[in-house]
Design a protein around this ligand. Structure first.
Ligand code: C2E
Ligand code: CA
Ligand code: CA
Ligand code: CA
Length: 275
């Protein structure tokens, strides 16, 4: 195929060029956004169930790309991971989320998503320490969400970093549980406080007995291992009722609350006027 493929190479080249050009443009725009503070955070409430009381917020990265408009994190985080830009982006997210959480009138937790690159290329322990110190956020209010992908390689280094983060007083959640290379060994070996059941199981549980059985099993696992469990992506009352029937303690989803910008959040009440 190597020498016989001249025609094929010519045929594919224009398309590949366009892909590379697009990647390059995305990288340039990401670099500019890092340099100029072009990102925002939205916050989606987390609810204790069945009471439906807000018990925390998850910070979600938002980027309005110049000339392109709103660009979801799944469209740029993979390239940010490849290029290492995830390190300054992730540091900005941590600092901004901690600062915002301190400005709110409550003492609910704030959950921040961490990517593997922040552990492998960056000094995540120092970054979290500086975000906590700069903001004054009590560490127990900060929850860090990681996915199974982080636990695949270099597990001793990752384990040590997760232990250091937990020693600060932060809690650790396993995000998107069930979608990756789910290994029960991870839950045993790594210091998790919470499992987040992926949206795919929650959205199917009303129609698919197998999805419902998986949700039930993860909830039982959480009880057995003394881990909190959050159900992601709750969109219907039917799903909320099914989760309540299974004893799910925390839920998140469009039914209960959508992500909203920091300016739409309640700030601290103004100080009382002097008499
Ligand atoms: P995730 O951590 O699983 O975050 C939940 C995603 O589901 C968010 O998408 C949220 O807007 C969406 N969502 C919440 N409730 C519902 C629902 O009821 N139905 C549906 N269909 N979707 C719901 P978003 O904001 O587009 O983020 C996508 C992913 O990007 C996140 O998935 C997370 O993996 C990553 N991400 C977001 N922000 C950050 C960040 O600051 N740093 C890093 N490293 N990753 C981030
Ligand atoms: Ca998450
Ligand atoms: Ca998730
Ligand atoms: Ca997810």
């Amino acid at each position: 195929a190597k020498d016989g493929g001249r025609g094929a190479a010519c045929f594919f080249e224009p398309g590949m060029d366009a892909t590379l050009r697009e990647r390059h443009a995305l990288e340039q725009d990401l670099r500019a956004a890092v340099a100029s503070g072009g990102f925002q955070l939205h916050y989606q409430p987390l609810f204790s169930m069945p009471e439906r009381e807000i018990c925390g917020y998850e910070a979600l990265l938002r980027w309005t790309r110049p000339l392109r408009g709103p660009t979801p994190p799944n469209d740029f985080i993979p390239l940010a991971e490849e290029t290492g830009l995830i390190v300054p982006i992730g540091a900005w997210v941590l600092h901004a989320a901690c600062r915002d959480a301190v400005s709110w009138a409550d003492d609910r937790k704030i959950s921040v998503n961490l990517s593997p690159g922040e552990f492998k290329r960056g000094d995540i322990v120092a970054t979290v320490a500086s975000a906590l110190a700069e903001s004054g956020l009590p560490p127990r209010r900060l929850e860090l969400e990681v996915t199974e992908r982080l636990l695949l390689e270099d597990t001793d280094a990752v384990l040590s970093k997760l232990q250091q983060l937990r020693a600060f007083g932060c809690s650790i959640a396993m995000d998107d549980f069930g979608t990756g290379y789910s290994s029960l060994g991870y839950l045993w070996r790594f210091p998790f406080d919470r499992i987040k059941i992926d949206r795919s199981f929650v959205s199917e549980m009303a129609y698919d007995a197998k999805a419902a059985a998986i949700v039930d099993t993860v909830l039982s696992l959480g009880r057995a291992l003394n881990l909190e469990v959050t159900a992601e992506g709750v969109e219907t009352e039917h799903q909320a009722a099914a989760l309540n029937a299974l004893g799910c303690g925390e839920a998140q989803g469009y039914l209960l609350g959508r992500p909203r910008s920091a300016t739409e959040m309640d700030p601290c009440p103004p100080p009382p006027l002097a008499a």
